[in-house]
Design a protein around this ligand. Structure first.
Ligand SMILES: [Zn+2]
Length: 426
């Protein structure tokens, strides 16, 4: 009994010791390290047949097993009999993927090659032809980039399209910004004007035609031709009381749909066309015309009161003929015309009507020297377009009353500066 027990104890101690002494290590690495997961590393008994395996990560291709410099197997699974300690390397190379890049529309694409290795950064550039612009990069119907230079990490085949559309020449006026969005199917560009605080949107101007393309904040169109657009903003308008002789009427104020209640028609001696003005103005005109006549000068009122809707028609007729920007230099928008006050008149009766040369006619000269003594002020003097918003109009006078007219003349200010300085506008 004792003898057997001793043998058993010896076996327990000796066997592991023998195993430890004789087992050999199998070490595995992959090149590069990130390219694969490996199985089969460990310690084995000499003479044992084992299989080591290399499983590539996505994007990597197995090349072969090597031991030192020597190739030992060409398959990912390598079966061999362990004899000595061994160090094996599983070698991989990155997969090559095809990259195609096409231009849709008039433009070209610059790419470094038609294939690229897995994991590499790959950069493309889209170059539009003259008159066109790059819009976006598309891959399988999805937009993947908005910049002409597009870089991605290669992880598979790519089929990219660079989209080119006719140019958008967009000017954004002071007082706001524009947000652009577009859809591919159907191809539409959508521009949204966003006014800054204290400003309001003032229409989309098509700079090609000079006409307003859209008055709403959103302008949407098919990109089928070059567009030159201006997004306009203006300061929020201040309301003025049209019944006030000293009302500030200009590009930043509005009298809305005000219409005077005391309009009278001028006699033909004062206005061949029988224009209408407010009663008080008609009386002042009568007195002034008499004084002029005494000095041999005949005054004739060619234009007087104009209603909101008349001004609306007039402005848009001019805008259609000359373009909106040009029309704004000499014609007011409805709600912003001194003629709507019923206190402003355009003098005519010469062969130089509505031209700078009117200033040199007898009525032009007489009015410039004397009108303030009858309650009238020249609204749009020469060289003050920046201030008044209007070109020189030597024929256009506005009645503000004798006291204000004389005071205005003293100051040398433009009428709008003078009236604004009186503190009559917030
Ligand atoms: Zn006028």
């Amino acid at each position: 009994m004792k003898k057997y027990f001793l043998f058993f104890v010896l076996a327990l101690v000796a066997l592991p010791l023998a195993g430890c002494k004789n087992r050999v290590r199998v070490e595995l690495t992959s090149s590069p390290v990130e390219a694969a997961s490996l199985r089969g590393a460990g310690t084995y008994s000499p003479g044992e047949e084992i299989t080591v395996s290399a499983r590539p990560e996505p994007g990597w291709e197995f090349v072969g097993w090597t031991q030192g410099e020597e190739a030992v197997a060409a398959t990912p699974d390598y079966t061999f009999v362990v004899r000595n300690k061994i160090k094996l390397t599983a070698n991989f190379q990155p997969l090559e993927y095809a990259v195609s890049a096409l231009a849709q529309g008039p433009g070209s694409v610059r790419q470094p090659g038609e294939s690229a290795s897995y994991g590499r950064d790959y950069s493309l550039s889209a170059i539009p032809e003259g008159g066109y612009r790059f819009v976006c990069w598309i891959d399988e119907g999805e937009i993947v980039g908005y910049k002409a230079d597009y870089t991605f990490t290669v992880a598979g085949d790519r089929e990219l399209t660079a989209l080119f559309w006719p140019d958008l020449d967009l000017e954004v006026g002071e007082g706001g910004r524009v947000e652009e969005a577009f859809t591919l199917e159907p191809a539409r560009v959508s521009l949204k004007a966003v006014p800054a605080a204290g400003y309001e949107f003032f229409g989309w101007l098509d700079l090609e035609t000079g006409q307003e393309a859209e008055l709403g904040e959103v302008l949407s169109f098919t990109p089928d031709r070059i567009r030159r657009l201006l997004a306009r903003f203006r300061q929020e308008l201040v309301s003025a009381d049209g019944s006030d002789l000293a009302a500030v009427v200009g590009k930043t104020t509005t009298i809305g749909r005000y219409a005077p209640a005391d309009l009278v028609e001028l006699p033909s001696s004062l206005s061949v066309k029988g224009r209408r003005v407010r009663k008080e103005v008609a009386q002042a005109l009568e007195v002034m015309a008499q004084a002029a006549r005494a000095e041999g000068v005949v005054l004739d009122v060619d234009s007087g009161y104009r209603s909101y809707s008349t001004q609306d028609d007039l402005f848009y007729r001019y805008a259609k003929r000359d373009g909106v920007l040009a029309a704004e230099r000499y014609s007011a928008r409805p709600g912003q015309s001194e003629h709507q006050l019923g206190t402003a008149v355009d003098f005519g009766g010469t062969n130089k009507n509505y031209s700078d040369a009117f200033a040199d006619t007898a009525p032009g000269k007489w009015l410039a020297a004397n009108a303030h003594n009858y309650g009238f002020a020249l609204s749009y003097p020469r060289g003050k377009e920046e201030v008044t918003g209007y070109m020189f109009e030597p024929w256009h006078y506005r009645y503000v009353g004798l006291e204000l007219a004389r005071e205005w003349k003293e100051t040398g200010l433009t009428l709008i500066e003078f009236l604004s300085a009186k503190g009559l506008v917030p």
